[in-house]
Design a protein around this ligand. Structure first.
Ligand code: B16
Ligand code: MG
Length: 220
């Protein structure tokens, strides 16, 4: 793929635009304690990009508790986690935008690229509002409309559709390996943020290095 083919960028939110993963982690840690599952850094990492209910299933499974709760009880646990999470993200301000991302968004806007959001989070619109970033994006994929979450490509295909672009004209940014798999399967250019994303076509250790020029350099 050539950089000139790229007309739009589809952004993951948690871990790419803002460091909300720490708040998800804090809220899920409480759930793990409640159900008696061990909380580990590995489990916290595996939950990145995974939907709310699937995250709960993984936490229950980590302690062998997956058959102990009815659907209604699971929904209650997930709702309680979300309540905690919503309290935590109330403190978010534009200062919580990850390093380099505000500059990158302005660079893209100035150069006429389209942008959309491909986040598994149902709270993405609230977070964008608090970060004062809503207006940069043509739209946000509603995760409620998806038949399958990441690593399925659906969310990134929809993120291209929102921009009225073909996936081959879109680059996706992700911090999770499920997300990189989704971008690659959608036929978009995958940009991985963080270590441990071998399948990403373009790799950055952290968000501070993400610029149009640095993407171009890696495509050469
Ligand atoms: P919510 P992303 C994902 O967002 C998070 O990484 C993941 O930890 C979270 O469980 C998921 O959103 C659902 O979030 O409970 O707020 O709907 O990385 O896809 O932007
Ligand atoms: Mg993420």
């Amino acid at each position: 793929m050539q950089f000139n083919d790229i007309k739009g960028f589809a952004f993951d939110l948690d871990g790419v635009i803002a460091d909300t993963a720490k708040f998800h982690g804090q809220a899920w840690h409480q759930t793990a304690d409640k159900v008696g599952s061990p909380w580990t850094a590995q489990l916290a990492d595996n939950l990145k990009g995974v939907s709310r209910m699937d995250s709960l299933e993984m936490i229950l499974k980590a302690g062998g508790h997956e058959h102990e709760y009815s659907l209604a009880q699971k929904e209650q646990l997930a709702a309680a986690k979300n309540e905690n999470y919503l309290q935590l993200i109330k403190t978010l301000t534009p200062h919580d935008i990850l390093p380099g991302i505000a500059v990158f968004l302005n660079e893209l806007k100035t150069d006429g690229y389209l942008m959309s959001v491909a986040s598994a989070s149902k709270n993405a619109p609230t977070i964008l509002k608090q970060l004062q970033l809503t207006d940069y994006f043509v739209g946000t994929v509603d995760p409620e409309t998806l038949t399958a979450g990441k690593p399925d490509p659906e969310i990134f295909i929809k993120a291209a559709e929102i921009m009225h672009l073909s996936p081959k004209n879109v680059a996706g940014l992700e911090d999770s390996s499920a997300g990189i798999t989704a971008i690659n399967a959608a036929g978009e250019l995958s940009i991985g943020i963080g270590t441990g994303l071998p399948a990403a076509q373009i790799k950055f250790d952290d968000t501070s290095m993400v610029t149009i020029n640095n993407i171009k350099k890696q495509l050469k």
